[in-house]
Design a protein. Structure first.
Length: 388
């Protein structure tokens, strides 16, 4: 580590008292649950900034943009920190994922509810809106801090992220022209940064764009070391390192890191990165190329998507309403060809599903502003009531 630099984990965490055993089971009493989603952007930023000033006794890179080695990419002064090592919580240090993370995206909050501390992938082909959905989630999620990892990203999009960053945001960037080792370190630095903020009691949203480019960078590094290739041309060490990095996210008694990452998926079932990511993540949001081509964004294919944390994060009535709407979506998809040929629905349930289709489409589509969760759940319940 260069002279004058200290570990980010040590810098942010500072001296800490011994952990009390009961804190592994009960959250800290002064924690304010981040259950609000949507709303005014400045309101979210100001409230987050107040919490940060109260909880952080020293600077930790928030409000700044830097590379994988901590060098500043903005116009600010040099940062007296390094990225440190990613800390993975042990099983008994984790707590149950039972608090909802409202993103301001109706299709996610209503039908694919995420829990705070989950690890979720946004899978889709080029042009389906993965980066746009990440931006919408970052804009609409109420979190204490936002850490953005731009791995192999285009310079144009990196500049936009850095320009939009506010006082609660840290951007760790290695654009596509950087060496493979630096691109890989940028992703791991972002996870280390988010983990250090969690250790200070913050609820952190970690955005990774993209997980596929991180795996590609690991592959280049491993091949340069002479490692043998495995499935799809990826050395086995790539998937071991991918798993370790993703395990750094999660919720503890101190705070949480919710990781949401884009994953390039062109529909090839033999793609080892997409396959490994699905097995490692707590949920996957599949984007539909047909919806994207029709201009229906976010292009989330609800039937192909899943949230493994929804059962713990959503209430019984919420889950029941979501199940009814998913049933209607399944029927509409199953009968699409027959209806295109003019075959009319004869069963009463089918007619109700057809009548509700415009309302369901409004639920799945989103505007430019984040949707408050109260309105999303109200619309969800209204539609479910019409389905019987």
């Amino acid at each position: 580590m260069p002279d004058g630099f200290v570990s980010l984990v040590d810098l942010v965490r500072g001296p800490r008292p011994p952990r009390e055993p009961e804190r592994l089971r009960e959250p800290a009493a002064d924690r304010a649950p981040a259950t609000r989603g949507g709303g005014d952007d400045s309101e979210v930023s100001e409230s987050a900034a107040r919490r940060l000033r109260a909880k952080l006794a020293m600077p930790c890179g928030l409000g700044r943009a830097f590379d994988a080695d901590g060098r500043p990419l903005d116009d600010g002064p040099p940062l007296a920190l390094s990225t440190g090592e990613t800390v993975v919580p042990q099983p008994l240090e984790r707590i149950a994922l039972d608090a909802p993370l409202w993103t301001g995206v109706r299709a996610i909050d209503g039908l694919l509810t995420l829990a705070r501390g989950a690890r979720v992938g946004i899978f889709g082909a080029p042009g389906t809106g993965k980066s746009s959905l990440l931006e919408a989630i970052a804009r609409g999620t109420a979190a204490d801090a936002l850490v953005v990892a731009l791995v192999g990203e285009r310079g144009r999009e990196a500049e936009a992220w850095i320009r939009r960053a506010d006082a609660r945001t840290a951007v760790v960037c290695a654009t596509g022209d950087r060496a493979a080792g630096e691109r890989a370190r940028a992703c791991e630095a972002a996870f280390a940064h988010a983990g250090a903020l969690r250790a200070r009691g913050l609820h952190v949203l970690l955005i990774v764009d993209s997980l596929a480019r991180y795996a590609t960078a690991l592959r280049e590094v491993a091949l340069a070391r002479g490692e043998a290739t495995g499935r799809g041309g990826f050395p086995p060490s790539v998937f071991a390192r991918l798993a370790r990095t993703l395990e750094a996210a999660g919720a503890t008694a101190e705070g949480s890191v919710t990781a949401i990452a884009s994953v390039l998926d062109d529909g090839d079932e033999r793609d080892p990165v997409s396959d490994a990511a699905r097995s490692l993540l707590d949920g996957h949001l599949m984007l539909s190329l047909d919806r994207a081509r029709a201009g229906r964004f976010p292009a989330i294919d609800v039937l192909a998507s899943a949230s493994r944390t929804m059962a713990g994060a959503a209430g019984p009535s919420h889950r029941e309403s979501a199940a009814r709407i998913r049933e209607a979506l399944a029927w509409l998809a199953r009968t699409a060809d027959a209806r295109a040929l003019g075959v009319a629905a004869v069963e009463p349930a089918g007619r109700r599903f057809l009548q509700a289709e415009p309302a369901i489409e409004r639920l799945l589509s989103g505007g430019s502003d984040p949707e408050p969760p109260r309105r999303t759940l109200s619309l969800l319940a209204e539609i479910a009531d019409t389905l019987g």
